[in-house]
Design a binder for this molecule. Structure first.
Ligand code: SF4
Ligand code: ZN
Length: 726
């Protein structure tokens, strides 16, 4: 290990520690030790102190022991490493001290209102981990790169960022070099920043890199079931499972080196454009810890290789960049060349199966006007008809494949796709148009992606794109009949109508023992996988994360336990879970990973349950907000009384049917209530309580149990007279 680097890191760590102590003492004197201090939107206090020391920083006075711990691990005279079980090497010691002190510093800045800086994210809330969870496990996000400093010029900055984006790597940008920040370089080049673009500015100095590091360190806490202070396990988890890395750009100083040591001490490698002595031995990191790559054309590839990130790239023959990073990008009216659908014209997309000999693979036809014939900012009707054939293709997969058209099309830079079926809305921006993007390229995208992602069930793909009023009207008629037939078929599917459920273990990359069992009437807790998705996905990758699970002999029909399911879950959870009830949140409930859309929680006083979605920031009547609840249910463990669920499960006929069903539902967030309104009204009629919808409270009615009870009594809510939940 290079002692020169370690010495510089130690120097930086000491200075960071000193600066923080000074700042802390000043603020402590002004405000007193009992002043509350916190980051927004987290259940982990100061996450690094929480993870590495087990400390819960809630008031100013709690910072003292954290800074003291940081001081102790720094090899000052006399060295004192007694606070740690294993003696840390100098570099890791400098790293840990930097993380602890640096986090305290940015925490203090939150207290004094200096963070987040204008236009910067600052501290990243827990919810972002859950929101991105599913994209991480399915590979849409292959990793995270934190860029720290500035590139030699803004064109190079763009090139590096685009390089990562094209490889589906979420990029954080911040820090500075010689007074310039990469954030400004990107702004100068008019690059769109934001979560939707996989490009997030975190802050403007080296300290702010803490925001990315203490976010990445929450992955083991959120998904891995690890607890505060389990330092070694948390670091091992980060090193082995969290695909994060740091790229330090521009001149280095002791602060940057200390921050780099902080990343390395968590197992995240650092790649720099400086000629520094490298740390190539694995140990601290999975592969190399510190790599010098002065060639900017190579820096992205080198970074990916150093972290060992596996990237699946898709080469699509279109004239604009194409990657998952561009999926969430919006096309604003001012930038728009042309649009289709929405409230402007009729538009639909429809995918159908046909016989092999009736489909010509790769054939793309544009029937009607193309983009050149409409004025700037204008609109056209649009019909996208995709015909697919394959030896293993099954008619019931039509809807699955069709639903993917949304992300396929959206991943082209400068193209926005919203909605599905006959409510689509498409926009193409001027830049894409000027680069040569035309309607036929929509076809190219669809053909390439269907072959790439669904090659196992798709042998031939043909696309027709219509823009004539009459053709679109005719096409939409045919499509509508098919949409309706599909809906009827799905509505008729019950858990009893099949012998096989599907497992999903996609989230095991982050929650190693977690298993979802997906039945026709209960979708995965992330909301992204239905039974049909599981089936299709198994067809595509027979040895993949979705396996058919025979129910087998019934153990308990009420709560939904079967021998076959239990046996499968036992093995798939690495023998940590013996039993799963599909329909009960009280007896052997399913586990939760971390990417649940909602949390279902018991409210004992009301003898009922509530559901809160992860976007909801406020209090709930069970006495906890979403963040606190989420801390209880994640990590692949069973927590009776609490359950992560997908939104649509609330209106399923099997919604906790083993615990009394929908009649138990006493509280929902306003947002869920609105989203599910139609279905809830219908379900109310089905259970013989036509005004059930109005009996459900929300945050405008009650956020504590007393107000909730008063409301429920007034409404004569059925839960009050049901048998006790326990
Ligand atoms: Fe993860 Fe379950 Fe969703 Fe699969 S279904 S991706 S395991 S949450
Ligand atoms: Zn998950």
């Amino acid at each position: 290990m290079s002692t020169a680097i370690a010495a510089l890191a130690l120097d930086g760590a000491k200075k960071i520690h000193q600066l923080t102590v000074q700042e802390f003492e000043k603020i402590l004197k002004q405000k007193g030790p009992d002043t509350e201090i916190s980051f927004p939107g987290t259940g982990y206090c100061f996450p690094l102190a929480y993870a590495l020391l087990g400390a819960e920083v809630r008031v100013l006075g709690d910072i003292s022991p954290v800074l003291e711990a940081a001081r102790k691990i720094l090899p000052t005279a006399p060295p004192d490493k007694s606070a740690w079980k294993d003696p840390l090497g100098d570099l890791a010691a400098a790293g840990h001290a930097t993380l602890l002190a640096g986090e305290a510093m940015v925490g203090l800045r939150y207290l004094t209102g200096e963070e987040p800086r204008e236009g910067c994210q600052g501290f990243i809330i827990d919810e972002m981990l859950r929101t991105l969870g599913i994209q991480l496990v399915d590979g849409r996000i292959a990793g995270f790169a934190a860029l720290l400093g500035a590139a030699p010029d803004s064109a190079t900055a763009v090139e590096i960022v685009r390089g990562f984006q094209k490889k589906n790597i979420l990029v954080f940008v911040g820090g500075e070099s010689g007074g310039t920040s990469i954030i400004d370089q990107l702004k100068e080049e008019k690059v769109k920043l934001g979560w939707d673009n996989y490009l997030v500015p975190y802050g403007r100095d080296t300290f702010s890199a803490i925001f990315v590091l203490n976010w990445a360190t929450r992955v083991p806490l959120t998904y891995g079931g690890l607890k505060k202070g389990e330092r070694e396990d948390i670091i091992r988890y980060c090193r082995e499972r969290v695909p994060a890395l740091v790229v330090a750009l521009g001149e280095i100083d002791e602060y940057k080196v200390a921050a780099a040591a902080g990343a390395i001490s968590l197992g995240f490698p650092v790649i720099t454009d400086n000629e520094v002595p490298q740390l190539l031995e694995p140990g601290l990191c999975l592969h190399e810890a510190l790599v010098a790559e002065p060639d900017y054309e190579q820096i992205v590839a080198r970074s990916i290789q150093t972290r060992g990130i596996k990237v699946r790239v898709k080469e699509i023959p279109i004239p604009v960049p194409y990657a998952a990073a561009f999926e969430g990008e919006r096309v604003r009216k001012a930038d728009m060349r042309v649009q289709f659908g929405g409230k402007y014209s009729t538009a639909f997309e429809y995918l159908k199966m046909d016989d092999l000999d009736r489909v010509e693979d790769g054939k793309i036809e544009v029937i009607g006007d193309n983009l050149d014939s409409i004025e700037e900012g204008g609109h056209l009707p649009l019909g996208i008809v995709v015909t697919v054939a394959g030896r293993n293709a099954q008619k019931e997969f039509e809807s699955i494949l069709e639903r993917h058209l949304h992300s396929f099309i959206n991943e082209a830079m400068g193209v926005m796709h919203v909605g599905q079926r006959n409510i689509i809305w498409l926009r193409i921006n001027r830049e894409a148009y000027q680069s040569g993007f035309r309607l036929s390229h929509l076809g190219e995208i669809i053909v390439a992606r269907l072959h790439n992602d669904f090659g196992a069930i798709v042998d031939k793909v043909q696309v027709q794109i219509f823009t004539g009023e009459d053709e679109v009207a005719r096409g939409i008629e045919e499509a509508r009949k098919s949409y309706e037939a599909r809906d009827e078929r799905m509505a008729g599917m019950t858990d009893e109508s099949v012998e096989t459920f599907y497992s999903c273990t996609l989230c095991q990359s982050f929650a190693p023992n977690h298993v979802c069992i997906i039945s026709p009437e209960r979708l995965g807790l992330c909301g992204a996988y239905s039974w049909l998705d599981g089936k299709a996905s198994h067809e595509i990758t027979p040895t993949g994360p979705n396996q058919p699970v025979e129910k087998g002999r019934v153990i308990d029909r009420e709560i939904g336990q079967w021998e076959g399911i239990n046996e499968f879950v036992y093995e798939a959870s690495h023998r940590s879970l013996e039993r799963f009830s599909i329909y009960s949140m009280m007896i052997d409930p399913m586990t939760s990973c971390g990417c649940f859309e909602c949390i279902l929680a018991i409210i004992p006083e009301a003898n009922g349950v509530m559901v809160v979605n992860r976007e909801h920031a406020g209090m709930t009547p069970c006495g906890m907000d979403f963040i606190t609840l989420a801390g209880m249910v994640g990590g692949g463990v069973q927590t009776p009384g609490f359950l992560g669920i997908g939104r649509l499960y609330v209106t399923s006929h099997k919604f906790i049917s083993g615990d009394g069903g929908l009649k138990r539902l006493v509280w929902l967030t306003r947002e869920l209530k609105e989203q599910l309104k139609k279905r809830l009204i219908k379900r109310g009629e089905e259970i013989g309580i036509p005004d059930f919808y109005d009996m459900i409270a929300d945050e405008n009615i009650a956020v504590d149990s007393a107000a909730l009870l008063e409301f429920l009594e007034k409404k004569n809510h059925p839960a009050l007279s049901m048998e006790p939940m326990f």
